[in-house]
Design a protein around this ligand. Sequence first.
Ligand SMILES: [Zn+2]
Length: 314
Amino acid sequence: MAKLYYKFGAMGSSKTASALMCRFNYIQKGINVLLLKSKLDTRSKENEVESRIGLTAPCISFAENESITELYEKANEEEKIKVVIVDECQFCTKKQIEQLREIAEEIPVLCYGLKTNFKGELFEGSKRLLEIADSIQEIKSVCECGKKAIMNGRFVKGLLVTDGNELEIGGDEKYRSLCWSCYKKEQNKAIVYEKILKYLKIFDNMDNAGEWSGDTAIDNIIIHTPHVIYDEEVNNFINDFKSFQTKSPQKVLLIDDNIATLRKISMKDKDFDYMMNLISFTLKLEKSKPGLLKTLIEEGTITKWLKQIKKCVN
Ligand SMILES: [Zn+2]
């Protein structure tokens, strides 16, 4: 029985490869397949569907304002079409999905594509398919951590982007399929990065990060408890970093807490997460080693670390 099928998955779930294998199976049995894809998909050539693993097949590309019904009827005149397969079906308009719905009254229509965009919101085509498809099937894929991937994260220069156009293809963006917790982690990383970058300039010109204090008089007896009353900007820095400390799982840094060891850490091959954790670790140490941050800021070590963080992103 003819049905409208929607097979969705996150990026890298081999949807296109599945679509092409499905086409191949029909063709092997002598069944004519009409393979379609949206012109909005510019990853491969216009009249070709190409999967990441290298499979390719000729197809007909359609624009947003084109009628799929007309394309189908025209193809049907040339040879009797028995199955329609659509790749990247999320790019179809609501109207085009409804046209596919009508075609599915006669022959099977299989739609392969994403469910949600990089913001985690439904595409127009995906929404209509979820509403009116006869069969909805998920093609599962895994996140880098091993959990099921549900989000399609868009990354520019290594940082997650949550704003912008659905279709903006600038060339330097990359997509990674992630589980919810890894997506949140990446989101937090991008937020903290934006916040802390300004301190590069501030700390670069800071000769005095704070004043030593500690002599408290109780009943005329002087109690010596040294600590540093930090400059307002330093306190802001500590606070901005707290959001990273609380929301992100910490990697264990295998370094001792000696200031000389901290100074000597080579910046070579240190990645974003390492650097962020290093600063977190240092801020925690300030409690048991008062003045540590003052020294590291004034001598330029913190600036060096922030520069490395910037380098990791750019
Ligand atoms: Zn994950």
